[in-house]
Design a protein around this ligand. Structure first.
Ligand code: 13P
Length: 253
């Protein structure tokens, strides 16, 4: 049985005081709730403050990016060892915003995935098609290729530690989410691709999330799907109420 994982990707939002009050509120409201693994992915500047607040709880900490070298003359970059040092359990890799605005490619995603794993940090790898790609009927081939390239050279034993987030680009920040069964189909394809590369057992253990305009009103539709193991939440993770309602999706009408 895969434990669902719901992660909040704060993107480039929240100062340290704002981040602290958000996390405090979420922790208070979710006390004793452990059916879902909950991960905060704040900006680098908030990682330490969030780590202090979640110390001794079951909440996880994730960064939003990482470089693939351990150290060196790479001004502005953060290494996997530094993320480990600050207490990160997870790191988001290959978010479409990084692919679009910062030149992230399938090759750099792959380097980052391997570097994160080597440092003991679990990658949350983002894949997803644009509207043009979807309309051109390229979703399947693109998702398959992104998945294969991201995982090239990864050890089969590491697969259960990896999370993949299927985030259709046209659904991110648009209020227009994929349908539950559509998302389930693509996520099933990702799992099939992973099974083809590494065998069925690790593929069955790997958690695959949906991301893109996830809200309290639609989370259940995704979580009900057999292939979907959680969500990567952007905008709705920035407010205590909406994030808590998403995490408690079973009890939300
Ligand atoms: P929204 O939930 O704001 O659509 O963002 C999704 C996302 O990009 C999470 O990584």
């Amino acid at each position: 049985m895969r434990k669902p994982i719901i992660a909040g990707n704060w993107k480039m939002y929240r100062t340290i005081p704002e981040g602290r009050s958000l996390v405090k509120g979420v922790i208070e409201k979710l006390a004793g709730f452990d059916e879902v693994e909950v991960v905060f992915c704040p900006p680098f500047t908030c990682l330490s403050a969030v780590k202090d607040l979640i110390q001794g709880t079951s909440f996880g900490l994730g960064a939003q990016d990482v470089y693939w070298k351990e150290e060196g003359a790479f001004t502005g970059e953060i290494s996997p060892l530094m993320l480990k040092d600050i207490g990160c359990d997870y790191v988001i890799i290959g978010h479409s915003e990084r692919r679009e605005h910062f030149g992230e490619t399938d090759q750099t995603v792959n380097l980052k995935v391997k570097a994160a794993l080597a440092a003991g940090i679990k990658p949350i790898i983002c894949v997803g098609e644009s509207l043009a790609q979807r309309e051109a009927g390229e979703t399947e081939s693109l998702i398959k290729r992104q998945t294969e390239l991201a995982l090239q050279g990864v050890d089969a034993a590491a697969i259960p530690r990896i999370v993949i987030a299927y985030e259709p680009i046209w659904a991110i920040g648009t209020g227009k989410s994929a349908g539950g069964s559509d998302a389930n189909e693509v996520i099933g394809l990702i799992r099939k691709t992973v099974a083809g590369l590494f065998g069925n057992e690790p593929a069955q253990q790997m958690r695959i999330q949906y991301g893109g305009s996830v809200k309290p009103s639609n989370i259940k539709e995704f979580m009900e799907q057999p292939e979907i193991d959680g969500a990567l939440v952007g905008g709705a993770s920035l407010e205590i109420e909406s994030f808590v309602e998403i995490v408690r999706y079973e009890t939300k009408v």
